[in-house]
Design a protein around this ligand. Structure first.
Ligand code: ADQ
Length: 458
């Protein structure tokens, strides 16, 4: 990398979790794995929240990274996090699959909390240092840092989709959000479409103008591009081959599969993930061909998420009703038609599911990327397995020719595509899987972080 500037990361959550014994542990997950090495090399700092209310514990050093804690009160968690971030922005940015709520009482805490993140960052930044801000909770932070540190190199990456202008235009505070983001030098989106949507909105509602490959705004040039995020492919491939994971996959095939093909869904239980319609697609397939229930089994793993929010309780009810209905009609006392696990699993258990599944069904109504799709490809053997993937997941862009692409709203289409996936011959499955494996090996999360930081540091 060109300079030896320090790197500062600003994200809603810190890269650590508290264990039950009260000790810090590095969080699992690709983002931390991707950024941590850069931070460790550069005496890096990470500004974020611990996930608990009123956690005013100052800074601490853990695993080579300096953590600077932003403390949030209970009422800020309600308004900034549950309210504006997850009740306004999350549904608005996911194609309004639920109606976004617009409340002034949520907006002002969003501004205040963004300012506190920015202030913590500013305290750490000397001139021209690199700052990398993450995600929809912190879209005002780039401009707030720019105001105080005009020469810093500021990057921002949005992990969720940036919506088309027709939807974004609803937001009463659209101009403030755009001006917040335009404080950055590099704006990264999951797909070229997200970048194009942002450029449309910025041209429409601010003074930013496009010229060649950049946006010009207040005398500065801003790079706006797609940087598709990925997974720690070498690590996942290695873990998936361990004796522990292979043995667990074998047990799953014997216990759950018992000679039947396994169709798998793995998602955070979120209304954007299309779990309910996916189950109805499987139900339609069994209705068309009831004997399939003795040849296949559906396993849905759902991670509890945002359980305090009413929409999330509703989607859980819908999913659980669908599971009950399908089993009521198609299960026998000796075998289930659908297995449903509502819990967080250790990553090695998840790998065993990926390895055992003949078909992976991922059908979000809208998804920034969807890392589960990439994890399945990395963890499954290279000569079998089929990926049924929503055309509205960012990952569909990269897996266009390897996956079976579906419209996640189309129950008949899901049923027919699952049927094709279940019946796919091994030669075709192997060819498709090899293409997708090549993709996740070439573009892993390390390459993603490096490509973003290279543009930021140039
Ligand atoms: P998410 O909406 O959370 O992420 P996704 O990209 O699929 O969606 O990531 C989920 C992660 O949770 C995966 O790494 C997976 O391994 C893990 N996970 C899933 N089920 C689990 C279980 N039962 N137990 C333990 N872990 C489980 C947001 C955006 C996405 C974008 C990512 C990264 O919504 O579109 O891909 O950020 O940018």
């Amino acid at each position: 990398m060109a300079s030896s500037n320090r790197l500062l990361t600003v994200a809603n959550r810190l890269p650590v979790r508290r264990t039950e014994a009260g000790e810090w542990k590095t969080s699992p997950g690709g983002l931390v794995a991707a950024i941590a090495p850069f931070l460790r090399d550069r005496e890096g700092v990470w500004v974020g929240w611990t996930g608990e209310a009123d956690d005013a514990i100052g800074s601490f050093h853990h695993d080579g990274i300096n953590n600077r804690v932003v403390s949030l009160t209970h009422s800020e968690i309600d308004a900034f996090y549950r309210g504006f971030s997850n009740g306004t922005l999350w549904p608005l940015y996911h194609d309004c699959v639920r109606p976004p709520e617009y409340h002034r009482r949520w907006w002002w805490p969003y501004v205040d909390v963004n300012r506190r993140f920015a202030e913590q960052a500013v305290d750490e930044i000397a001139e021209r240092e690199l700052v990398w801000i993450h995600d929809y909770q912190l879209q005002l932070v780039p401009a707030m840092i720019r105001e105080r540190r005009p020469h810093a190199r500021i990057g921002f990456f949005l992990h969720i989709p940036f919506p088309p202008i027709e939807l974004f235009a609803q937001l009463p505070w659209r101009r403030h959000i755009l001006e917040g983001l335009l404080g950055a030098d590099v704006l990264g989106f999951q797909t070229p479409q997200g970048a194009a949507n942002f450029i449309d909105a910025a041209m429409q509602f601010t003074e930013a103008r496009q010229s060649d490959d950049v946006l010009r705004y207040q005398g500065r040039e801003i790079v706006v591009e797609g940087f598709p995020i990925s997974i720690d492919t070498p690590r996942i491939e290695e873990q998936a081959k361990t004796a522990e994971v292979l043995a667990a996959a074998k047990t799953l095939r014997e216990n759950v599969g018992a000679g039947r093909k396994i169709v798998l869904g793995v998602d955070r239980l979120d209304y954007t993930k299309g779990i309910d319609v996916r189950l109805r697609g499987y139900e339609e397939l069994l209705r068309r061909d009831p004997k399939l229930s003795s040849e296949c089994v559906f396993v849905q793993v759902a991670v509890p998420s945002r359980e305090a929010v009413a929409e999330y309780q509703d989607i859980r009810d819908n999913v659980e009703r669908a599971v009950g209905r399908i089993n009521g009609e198609h299960a026998k006392t000796s075998r289930m038609a659908v297995h449903y696990l509502y819990r967080n699993l250790p990553f090695t258990d998840l790998l065993a599911f990926y390895s055992a599944a003949d078909v992976m069904a991922i059908t979000p109504f809208r998804d920034g990327m969807n890392l589960v799709a990439k994890e399945y490809v990395a963890a499954h053997s290279e000569d079998s397995g089929a990926l049924v993937l929503s055309e509205f997941a960012g990952a569909a862009h990269e897996f266009r020719s390897g996956a079976l692409i579906v419209n996640p709203h189309d129950i008949d289409g899901i049923a027919s595509t699952l049927e094709v996936a279940i019946g796919m011959d091994q030669k075709e499955a192997g060819q498709r899987m090899k293409k997708m494996k090549r993709q996740v090996r070439e573009a892993d999360v390390h390459a993603w972080a490096e490509s973003f930081l290279k543009v930021l540091d140039s």
